[in-house]
Design a protein around this ligand. Structure first.
Ligand code: GLU
Length: 505
């Protein structure tokens, strides 16, 4: 490794919502940059105007901000290497297109889509390359005057990369080692289109990585096939010495079966594949997001960090700061990482338990209010403390706590049959008298008195306690009964007992 300053970039194309795999790419770049005291650049690769989706750029920024993935420079951040949006760098790219045309590494091609189609029909597996380029309409087969005349006549053209066949191109990848591809299989890629005066992804990507002094290109595996072409482009410009190091990250695989994790898997199995909810401006379709599903950002970060990387120990819970210390690009796996959504829930559970009861109560309060109830924050904090270990998400708290706010209107049938036997009404009336006589509803003290009463009378402990629970809660599970009655208070507890006696006899 050279002692170059570490500079990495996250360079999404604003073609829609950022997929969770893209979030992982951003995270790995961020961890790597922070670890090396380097720079993290946010670049927008929007040279394909056909695929531009309004709102996508803002979405990406909001998502990464939510997750705590920060940039040092780029779109929205400024910096000395701007502009950072490729659509604003047209003139820069044109200059580099001209360099390739001058040094003979690029050539102008006039073939229309119809002409290309005709060739494809004529020649099986047609590829625009060394074997076919001399039978096409381009600056290699036309005279300089013809080319000039065609351009002046307003004919649309592209600039193609002239790839020499028969050479083994080596890509040195930090994760995959040396990947060798023979140049004969590559086609003469289009680098620039006169129609919109814009470069294609390949040219813009290389030129920008060079000009922005990017030291490491960390990106998804889907870009690995482009890497040999990129190596050749670096060479064509004479930039081999400052070529970034590549690291192609493993694919995220479906939770079940083979292949890449897709949005359809999320829909099918019921989990989000996007960080935030996404409203597709074209189709109007709404896709769920981790934030709206109730995930804590630190849980998402931890979960994603371990999809394709591990610290080499059993440690699973790692904060962003710890990840920055422990992360090691060399420890990324080559093989795909199975997307284990259940594990994601587990992470959220862990991180939720680390938040204070008060914080969780604050997150939960809007739900309680939306259900039409008033509750002071101290009481809600106590309620949360009783049930938080039972939930993975804040939005699961309502189900666990609704009985605190709404008295039961019906009672779980099978428990009534099992527990509310002849004479239970009378015993519950006795219980009311006991509760009325309690010095306080404090959990421990109340428990002692009530259990003492059951034992003294020789009643069936399980039946009486479950009947009590049925009357107050409506069903036979939940937190410790005397903790519930302490929070609920004497009056409400007794009112619920009376109602149950009336209804169940
Ligand atoms: N614009 C590409 C993308 O959308 C960037 C690929 C790269 O990082 O080189 O992922």
């Amino acid at each position: 490794m050279t002692d170059r300053k570490v500079r990495v970039r996250f360079a999404p194309s604003p073609t829609g919502a950022l997929h969770i795999g893209g979030v992982r790419t951003a995270l790995y770049n961020y961890l790597f940059a922070r670890q090396h005291g380097g720079d993290m650049i946010f670049r927008i690769e929007d040279t394909d105007s056909q695929r531009f989706v309004p709102g996508a750029e803002e979405y990406i920024m909001e998502a990464l901000e939510w997750l705590g993935i920060k940039f040092d420079e780029g779109v929205g951040y400024g910096g000395n290497y701007g502009p950072y949006r490729q659509s604003e760098r047209k003139d820069i790219y044109r200059k580099y297109v001209d360099i390739l045309l001058e040094n003979g590494k690029g050539y102008i091609a006039f073939d229309t889509p119809e002409e290309l189609d005709a060739k494809r029909n004529e020649i099986a597996n047609f590829q625009y390359d060394a074997s076919t380029r001399m039978s096409m309409r381009n600056s290699l087969t036309m005279s300089a005057e013809e080319v000039k005349a065609a351009i002046e006549a307003g004919e649309k053209y592209v600039v193609r990369f002239k790839i020499e066949p028969g050479e083994d191109v080596k890509v040195n990848d930090i994760i995959r080692g040396e990947v060798v591809i023979n140049s004969s299989i590559l086609d003469d890629k289009v680098l620039y289109k006169s129609a919109d005066n814009l470069p294609t992804y390949h040219l813009a990507n290389i030129v920008d990585d060079h000009l922005m002094e990017v030291s490491h290109v960390i990106r998804g595996e889907e870009w690995l096939p482009s890497a040999p072409l990129h190596v050749l482009l670096y060479r064509a410009f004479g930039w081999e010495d400052t070529m970034p190091r590549f690291a192609h990250l493993p694919l995220l695989l479906k939770p079940d079966g083979k292949g890449k994790l897709s949005k359809r898997d999320g829909d099918r199995l019921g989990f989000p594949v996007f960080p935030l909810e996404w409203h597709d401006p074209k189709s109007g379709e709404v896709s769920s997001g981790y934030r709206e599903a109730g995930y804590l950002p630190e849980a998402v970060v931890n979960f994603l960090a371990l999809l394709g990387w591990n610290p080499g120990t059993e440690q699973e819970i790692m904060s962003m700061d710890e990840l920055i210390k422990l992360y090691d690009l060399h420890r990324c796996s080559k093989s795909g990482a199975r997307f284990d959504y259940e594990k994601g829930k587990w992470f959220n559970h862990q991180y939720l338990q680390m938040r204070s009861d008060r914080e969780i109560a604050e997150m939960f309060m809007p739900t309680v209010e939306a259900k039409g109830h008033k509750c002071d924050i101290d009481t809600l904090t106590r309620i949360v403390s009783l049930v938080k270990s039972r939930v993975n998400f804040v939005n699961e708290l309502w189900e666990q706590t609704a009985f605190f706010f709404e008295a039961p209107t019906e009672y779980e049938e099978k428990s009534v049959r099992k527990r509310w036997d002849e004479g239970m009404g009378a015993r519950m009336n006795e219980l009311i008298a006991i509760i009325e006589s309690l010095p306080s509803m404090e959990s421990k003290a109340a428990e002692e008195v009530v259990l003492g009463w059951i034992t003294d009378k020789g009643y069936h402990m399980g039946n009486v306690m479950n009947a009590y629970r049925l009357a107050v809660v409506g069903y036979c599970k939940g937190p410790h009964m005397f903790d519930i009655s302490e929070i609920m208070g004497r009056e409400e507890t007794i009112a619920r007992l009376r109602a149950a006696i009336e209804r169940l006899g």
